[in-house]
Design a binder for this molecule. Structure first.
Ligand code: C2E
Ligand code: CA
Ligand code: CA
Length: 803
């Protein structure tokens, strides 16, 4: 947390501002200290000057005092010791000398006999130093500080001996200098406020103090160090703590130029505060100014940070977070100016826009079909799921139409894939014409489309389906070609046909196959027509992969010419070795393949494999035709004939080596088309037989019109014919009639010797069944052919050519 705060841009800017202000701070402090130094010097000089002035003044004063006393000593009243006259004369004089507290004379014994100020009892001054000195030296003398006995004031007294004619001193004239004069001097000198003037004697006693002399005078100076400095240096400047604890700058100098024992010193003390007042005032003003500047700069930086940096940085960070959380609409919302941040924001916004565009493109690609730009299966599924949920809540219905274009593969093959694409691209707009805006049209893949109709029931969906079929009636313009195609539509409705999107889709799919089987129509899902249980659906997807995964193989079952006792052909039967389910019976998966549109690749695989095997046998000296079963769907495929031709050509076998078995029901479903295809195959030289005869409703007379050479009686009649008289009758009449119409007759499902004999008796041409051999793998059959009782040979029972 703290780390983050320290790392924050704002902290950085604040620190920068601080750093920028620091030199100014240093400058200010430096200047202040210089100013203090200068102030100190100035104050010292001033104090010293003042002390000297005071001293000089004193000097002059003392000189004045000496002259005055010399003059007074000559007065007759003094010399003759006339106490009263002297006293009155001195009293008069004192008024003219305001600096003196008293004037007087002391006799040789020390008794004062004359005084300007009156005194009422005899007073001795014998102990006073000025008196003793003046007597001893017989010269002018200066005394110590003293409190006068008469004046009751702090004074310094001066004495002048009064000399006889022979030069002996018989009295001393004195003047008491009132130390108060210094106060005047100090007042006149205009000393700085707070400063004080002190006169001390050599013992450190305070003689004079200005201002507030009371309480000071007579006391010793507190600072011993100061006194020592003064006594040692005589004159100088020092600092001293005054008794009140305040630090002072003190300048001191002796009161007299000529140092004398018992002399005094004058000192001028100025509180440091006062001395530095100007410097400190400047300093604090500068500091205040700087502080203000600093605060303003900080505020500006703070606000500026917000406006110019943080707001934008935060906007970019927030947008980045939103983007990385998946919100592709995240933008900084900042104007893109020329600043670095503006550029960054711009770059971010551009990146986000391009990312959004790309993601949208990818999303579109993932949910839309590239060719038609219609929603794809995944998107349809999503919408269907939503619609089902909504319908569930609102108790309504959802219809799904699944549409498959008829003969699309043929158009693709014959008119080129380009035209196939053109057709697919026109389907969307056509469907749109038949539908409401809100209906979703999707392409599921290949030629399959779907339409989602929310809030629609089966009845309404059928009306829509008819409308769709109607718009499909119009032929499609494809390049130079104009083709008419139909479509099969399957309809499934929630909740009638299923209760989930998956179920509805699967059921619409089933309904679509049913519709396709019926031709150009729509079909509403009914459970009765549904062969598509989930198991079958997985099987279909397995089957799609079966060819590629080599899970398919062929078995061959011989056909024997009963009369000649020779093997005259083999039928190829498809096998699927499913990896999990084992061998899947062809009846099951052939039907699956037909419904799932897989029959074509399956048939081509069988044809190719069987004819290749035929070629192998031929090369081994076994010239034996191979019969291949054709499914119902194969006969609807116009490309079949060409493909068969290509495969025959490729296998390098005679067309006569191939026989195609076509079930009766297929031929009857679309006789016109079947006739067309069979005729082309026949022209090519391929032989054909009608399989499973007897199970359908075709008449042999009708079949006579087809280019078919043989009839295979269904094994459901052949198997039971020895035990069931009815079946025997059917088999006999089929054989007889077929022969009359010029068909060769093959009986399948011959399991016993009795059946074989019976068939031989009835004149049946060929027999196929377990009695002869079960279907065998190619290698096994090769061996079988070599060892069997029915050697390979030409059929003797070929029917005569039909008209
Ligand atoms: P199908 O064409 O009628 O084939 C003859 C069926 O009868 C074969 O069944 C064969 O194994 C069986 N069969 C042969 N002899 C006897 C016998 O003595 N007794 C009995 N009960 N059955 C015998 P399979 O192989 O299961 O084939 C069933 C059907 O699957 C075939 O009937 C045919 O319609 C279809 N099929 C098989 N292979 C193909 C193919 O390659 N393409 C197409 N489209 N259909 C195929
Ligand atoms: Ca068959
Ligand atoms: Ca059959």
């Amino acid at each position: 947390m703290i780390r983050r705060a320290l790392n924050s841009l704002r902290t950085l800017v604040v620190l920068l501002v601080l750093a920028a202000v620091t030199p100014a701070l240093i400058l200010i402090l430096y200047t202040a200290s210089e100013q203090r130094g200068a102030a100190e010097d100035h104050v010292q000089a001033e104090a010293l000057r003042f002390a000297r002035i005071a001293s000089a003044q004193q000097q002059r004063f003392i000189e004045g005092a000496r002259q005055l006393l010399v003059a007074l000593a000559k007065l007759p009243e003094v010399r003759l010791a006339h106490g009263e006259e002297c006293t009155s004369a001195f009293a008069d004089l004192l008024g003219a000398y305001p600096f003196y507290a008293n004037l007087g004379v002391i006799d040789a014994k020390g008794m004062i006999f004359c005084s300007a100020l009156p005194f009422n009892r005899p007073l001795s001054a014998a102990h006073r130093t000025y008196f003793q000195r003046a007597l001893a030296t017989r010269e002018f003398a200066v005394g110590d500080y003293q409190i006068g006995n008469i004046t009751r004031k702090a004074t310094i007294n001066f004495g002048q001996p009064v000399l006889d004619a022979d030069g002996a001193a018989h009295a001393v004239v004195f003047a008491a200098m009132d130390l108060e004069w210094l106060n005047h001097l100090a007042a006149e000198a205009n000393m700085p406020t707070g400063s004080s003037l002190t006169v001390i004697d050599r013992q450190g006693a305070v003689l004079v103090r200005y201002p507030e002399s009371e309480g000071w005078v007579g006391r010793r100076v507190a600072d011993e160090g100061f006194l020592r400095t003064v006594l040692a240096q005589g004159e100088g400047v020092t600092t001293a703590r005054q008794p009140d604890g305040v630090e002072h700058l003190v300048a001191f100098t002796p009161l007299s130029q000529v140092p004398q024992a018992g002399y005094a010193y004058v000192s001028i003390g100025i509180p440091r505060e006062t001395a530095f007042a100007h410097a400190d005032k400047t300093l604090s003003r500068n500091l205040a100014g700087l502080g203000l500047v600093w605060v303003l700069a900080l505020a500006a930086a703070w606000a500026g940070c917000d406006v110019f940096l943080l707001r934008r940085v935060n906007a970019i960070v927030a947008a980045t977070r939103r983007l990385s959380a998946g919100d592709l609409t995240a933008r900084t919302g900042l104007p893109s100016d020329d600043s670095e941040l503006g550029q960054l924001a711009k770059a971010f916004d551009e990146m986000a826009t391009s990312l959004q565009r790309q993601t949208a493109a990818v999303a579109h690609q993932a949910t839309h079909d590239l060719l038609t730009q219609l929603p794809n299966r995944a998107l349809l599924h999503d919408h269907l799921e939503q619609a089902v949920k909504l319908a569930q809540r609102e108790q309504t219905t959802v219809a799904l139409l699944m549409l498959d274009i008829n003969l699309f593969k043929e158009i693709n093959d014959t008119l080129s894939h380009r035209n196939g694409d053109l057709l697919l691209q026109q389907v969307g707009p056509r469907l749109r014409r038949a539908l409401r805006e809100s209906d979703l049209i999707a392409r599921l893949g290949g030629d399959e489309f779907a339409v989602l109709l929310p809030g629609t029931d089966a009845e309404q969906a059928a009306v829509v389906a008819q409308k769709v079929l109607d718009v499909f009636q119009e032929p499609f313009e494809l390049g130079d070609a104009t083709v008419a195609v139909g479509a099969g539509i399957g309809i499934a409705v929630y909740p009638v046909h299923g209760d989930s999107a998956d179920q509805i889709m699967q059921r619409a799919d089933v309904a679509m196959y049913v519709a396709k089987e019926a031709g150009n129509e729509y079909f509403v899902y009914t459970a009765a027509r549904d062969h598509y249980d989930p198991d079958r659906l997985t099987l279909i997807s397995d089957l799609r992969r079966a060819i590629d995964n080599n899970q398919l193989f062929l078995q061959y079952q011989p056909k024997i010419d009963i009369h000649a006792g020779r093997t005259v052909g083999v039928e190829a039967l498809l096998r699927w070795q499913h990896p999990d389910r084992g061998l899947v019976p062809p009846d099951t998966f052939i039907q699956l393949a037909e419904h799932a549109g897989l029959i074509k690749p399956l048939t081509l695989w069988v044809l190719t494999t069987a004819l290749r095997q035929c070629r192998t046998w031929h090369d081994a000296g076994l010239s034996i035709p191979v019969a291949v079963n054709l499914s119902a769907r194969s006969l609807q495929d116009p490309g079949l004939v060409d493909q068969v031709a290509a495969i025959i050509h490729h296998a390098d076998v005679a067309p006569q080596a191939l026989e195609l078995e076509i079930t009766e029901s297929v031929v009857m479903a679309d006789p016109q088309r079947a006739l067309e295809i069979l005729t082309r195959l026949h022209t090519m030289g391929v032989r054909m037989s009608v399989d499973d005869f007897g199970t359908g409703h075709s008449s042999l007379t009708y079949l006579k019109r087809l280019p078919v050479q043989s009839i295979k009686i269904d094994r459901s009649f052949v198997g039971p014919m020895v035990t069931n008289a009815g079946d025997a009758v059917i088999v006999r009449s089929i054989i007889e009639l077929a022969h009359t119409l010029g068909f060769k007759v093959i009986a399948e499902g011959v399991e016993t010797r009795e059946t074989w004999d019976h068939l031989a008796q009835l004149g049946c041409n060929e027999a196929q069944g377990y009695y002869v051999s079960r279907p065998l793998a190619a290698d096994a059959l090769t061996t079988w052919l070599a060892e069997s009782a029915w050697p390979v040979g030409p059929s003797t029972s070929d029917v005569q050519a039909k008209p």
